[in-house]
Design a protein around this ligand. Structure first.
Ligand SMILES: *Cc1c(COP(=O)(O)O)cnc(C)c1O
Length: 444
C-alpha cells in the first residue's frame, strides 16, 4: 500500500470520525479459517465471524472453488424472466432446508432488504384481502432489523433509530425480552413471558391496524446478544394469531444453524408467516438474502399482470449467480456435514469455556445458544450495575484484545463470540485464554 490517502476519503459505518482517526482501521490482507492477517503480516483470530457471517471460516476451500467456477461460467443475469441455473439449484435446496410451510423464496441482497421485502409483503397481503386498515407494525424493544428506512422504522435501539423514527415512521414497541435485566423482574424459573404483556396491550389497543409483528427469534443480536426462552416466542405467536397479525421472524443473524438448530424458531417448533435470512447464507462471501413466505400468503399475490397482485419489488443484483454459488456451496456444507447437530460437542465445549469467565468479579450475564455466546462487563456483580458509558470499558477491552491478536467487537459492554461452525476445541482454547488475559489486564 502506497499511502494512507484512503483515510481522507473513507466514511466508516458505525464508527465516529474521531474513533476512526484515533484508532486507525486495521488493514487486512488475507484470511484462512478462523484467522485474518494484516498487511503487517500479524495474525488475528476472528472470534466474531466478521460481523456474524463467516459460517465456515475465511477462504473455505469448497466455497472458494464454487465461486471461482461460477466466475468462469456466468457473473450475472437479470432475475425477471430469467434465472441462472445456479440460483435455480439453490432455490431447490433452500426449499428442502427451510421449514416445508415456508415454500416461497424471494431473493434480495442483504439483511435489511430482506426485511424491507417482508414488511412490504405484509402490507400488500392485507390490502389484497381487502383489509386496508392494517398499515402499522409492532416490533420488540431492543430489536435490530437493519439500516434502511423501513427496517429502521421497526428498530428498537434508541441510539440507532430514534432520530429517523421521529422523521419517518415509528412502529409500536414492546418491552425487550432482556433476561439478564428482566423488565418484569422475573427469573428463568418464575418467568411466564411477562415481557410480552406489553405486546398484549399493544395488540388490544391497535390490533386491527397492525399488519405484522417483527422480532429476532431467541436472540436479540445487535442490542447485545439478549438470549430469551422459547416461551416468549409462544406468547408472540399466540397473540399475533389472535389478532390476525402476521409473524415476521428476522433470522438474518441466527438462521442456518447459529443457535444450534437450523433456524432459531425451531427452538419453539414454530413456523412464522415470513422469515428473513441473510448473514450465514453465503458463508460470508457475498451479499445475498432471502425472504421466505408461507404459501397461504403467496396465494394472495397470485394473478395476472393487471390483477394488482404482483409484488413490484426487486433489486438489480437479486439472485446474483456468484452469490448463489457461494450460498449453494455453504448450504451443501451445512447439509452434508449435518450441521448444526454435528457441532453439538464443540458447542458444549464453547459453552463450558464461556462460563469459566463467570468467576471474575466484573463479568456477569454469561449466556449462550449454540455458537452465539456473550458476557457482560459490570461494575458490581451483585447489583449488575454497569460501568458509566463514558468509560467505554467494552471498547478498551477490545483494543487490548486486538493487541493480543484477538478480534472481538463488543456491543457497549456486552462482549460476544460468533465462531465458525467448524471451529476446533484448540481454537476455542486460544480464544478464551486470550480473553482471560485481556480481562486480567483491563481490571488490573
Ligand atoms: C445484520 C442484521 C440485519 C441487517 O442485515 P444487513 O445485511 O446488515 O443489512 C437485519 N436483521 C438482523 C437480525 C441482523 O442481525
Amino acid at each position: 500500500m502506497r499511502s494512507n490517502l484512503w483515510l481522507d476519503h473513507l466514511w466508516m459505518p458505525f464508527t465516529s470520525h474521531n474513533e476512526m482517526i484515533d484508532h486507525l482501521p486495521l488493514v487486512i490482507e488475507r484470511g484462512s479459517g478462523i484467522y485474518l492477517y494484516g498487511t503487517d503480516d500479524k495474525q488475528y483470530i476472528d472470534a466474531i465471524g466478521s460481523w456474524w457471517v463467516s459460517a465456515f471460516g475465511h477462504c473455505n476451500p469448497q466455497i472458494s472453488t464454487a465461486v471461482k467456477n461460477q466466475l468462469d461460467k456466468l457473473e450475472h443475469v437479470l432475475m425477471a424472466g430469467f434465472i441462472s441455473d445456479t440460483t435455480a439449484e439453490l432455490t431447490s435446496l433452500l426449499g428442502e432446508v427451510l421449514p416445508p410451510r415456508l415454500k416461497r423464496i424471494f431473493y434480495s441482497d442483504n439483511g435489511s432488504t430482506s426485511v424491507e421485502v417482508a414488511l412490504k409483503i405484509a402490507l400488500q397481503y392485507h390490502a389484497a384481502r381487502g383489509d386496508n386498515d392494517r398499515s402499522e407494525f409492532v416490533a420488540l424493544g431492543g430489536g435490530y432489523h437493519g439500516d434502511t428506512l423501513g427496517a429502521v422504522s421497526v428498530g428498537g435501539i434508541p441510539a440507532f433509530h430514534t432520530l429517523f423514527q421521529e422523521r419517518f415512521k415509528k412502529a409500536h414497541f414492546t418491552d425487550s425480552p432482556y433476561c439478564f435485566r428482566c423488565p418484569a423482574n422475573k427469573n428463568c424459573e418464575s418467568c411466564s413471558a411477562e415481557c410480552m404483556d406489553s405486546l398484549e396491550r399493544i395488540l388490544n389497543n391497535h390490533g386491527k391496524r397492525v399488519a405484522a409483528c417483527i422480532f429476532e427469534p431467541m436472540v436479540q443480536g445487535a442490542v447485545g446478544m439478549r438470549i430469551y426462552p422459547p416461551k416468549v416466542l409462544y406468547r408472540i405467536f399466540e397473540l399475533c394469531k389472535k389478532h390476525n397479525v402476521l409473524t415476521i421472524a428476522d433470522e438474518v443473524a441466527m438462521g442456518f444453524g447459529r443457535t444450534g438448530e437450523m433456524f432459531a424458531c425451531d427452538h419453539a417448533k414454530l413456523v412464522p408467516d415470513i422469515m428473513c435470512l441473510a448473514k450465514c447464507l453465503t458463508g460470508g462471501y457475498l451479499p445475498l438474502a432471502v425472504t421466505a413466505v408461507k404459501e397461504e400468503i403467496y396465494d394472495e399475490f397470485k394473478g395476472g399482470p393487471f390483477s394488482n397482485r404482483t409484488l413490484n419489488h426487486g433489486h438489480t443484483f437479486t439472485g446474483n449467480p456468484l452469490a448463489s454459488a457461494a450460498a449453494l456451496a455453504t448450504l451443501k456444507l451445512l447439509v452434508e456435514n449435518k450441521y448444526p447437530k454435528s457441532a453439538e460437542p464443540v458447542m458444549q465445549y464453547f459453552a463450558k469455556e464461556l462460563s469459566s469467565l463467570n468467576i471474575h468479579k466484573n463479568i456477569s450475564g454469561v449466556r449462550h445458544l449454540g455458537f452465539a455466546g456473550a458476557f457482560e462487563i459490570v461494575k458490581d456483580k451483585e447489583t449488575k450495575e454497569p460501568f458509566p458509558k463514558e468509560m467505554r470499558v467494552g471498547f478498551k477491552l477490545s483494543q487490548i484484545a486486538l493487541q493480543k491478536g484477538l478480534i472481538i467487537r463488543p456491543l457497549g459492554d456486552v462482549v460476544y463470540y460468533m465462531p465458525p461452525f467448524n471451529v476446533s476445541a484448540d481454537e476455542l482454547d486460544k480464544i478464551f485464554s486470550l480473553t482471560k488475559e485481556t480481562i486480567a489486564e483491563v481490571f488490573r
